[in-house]
Write a protein that binds this ligand. Sequence first.
Ligand code: HEC
Ligand code: HEC
Length: 283
Amino acid sequence: MIAIRWLRAAALLLVLSAFCSNPPAASPQGPPQNAPPSTSQESPAAKLGPEDIAMGKQLFAANCASCHGFDGSGQLGPNLHGVTQRRGDAGVFGVVRNGTGGMPPVSSINDMRVWQVVAYVRTLGEMGPTEAAKGDPANGKRVYGANGCALCHTIEVQGGGVGPQLTAIGRSRAPKYLHDFLLDPGKNPPPDMTLPERAANKGYLLVHVVTRDGKDMTGIRVNEDTYTLVLKDVSGKFYSFDKAKLKTIENQPGKTVMPSYGHLSASDLDDLVAYLASLKGAQ
Ligand code: HEC
Ligand code: HEC
């Protein structure tokens, strides 16, 4: 619980720093002072020594581990083992500076420190086999179909819109996060900011309201201003409330309409995770 709170606080800080800090001296798109060359041989990160790598490890722990895990094997964010080989050093540098998909830019550290982080991330590729989802994605697809996931989720264009899109969920989440999340979604909800469609910070917050005449309802908050509150139920129907006519409004941040799938057999759960991990969207 504490860890989750800490993560939320860290996530919030990140958002705040992204919005409040002055833009870094070098423009985020443009080449930094020591411009990242295209081949990794010439990358500034390749020239850094053990002390810089050790510094990069500390910076990684402070700025990246909350989402990617201390060993970079992934949690809310994907596994980073081998990512420098795939994207190149400059590619990883660019992700940190500019963000990507559901990852916000990290603007709290300067370019030199980002290169130190990249130097550390390079070493992750040599840490041996990376965690792969162990199940059978074909059976996982069947499990997905048999358990009503599509009532609330869209993959490509198929499905409902109560929950977030899962079209590229395998790109943004590690298998072990997906596994834990399916067992207990309420305990480990994704922080709002890591999902692009949650940019307005609306999230999937559940709100319980009681009207003055004693009726009550719980729904996902869609919109709220000084006078009105709009909730959505799981069938996608909208309800608009005049706040002056409500007796109580209770936000329930720890709750979600997403059911727990702890009743699935261990092998079905592994297969479902393998299927979700295989969803990488359009590249
Ligand atoms: C708030 C959570 C969060 C933080 C903090 C964060 N990341 Fe990410 N990162 C993500 C998510 C989510 C993705 C997947 C984005 C997508 O494709 O939707 C990602 C993607 C990446 C990728 C691309 C992975 C690939 O397979 O191509 C790299 C590289 C990366 N992050 C490095 C870093 C580094 C280095 C730091 C720290 C300086 C960092 N991230 C901090 C959440 C985070
Ligand atoms: C009644 C609607 C509903 C059903 C059924 C449902 N979900 Fe969800 N799901 C949601 C909502 C809402 C969220 C957002 C969680 C939150 O933040 O509260 C979510 C979140 C998720 C996430 C996390 C997304 C992220 O960005 O990290 C995954 C993965 C997921 N669901 C998979 C599934 C799978 C697989 C099934 C079927 C076995 C399923 N869901 C069934 C409503 C549902």
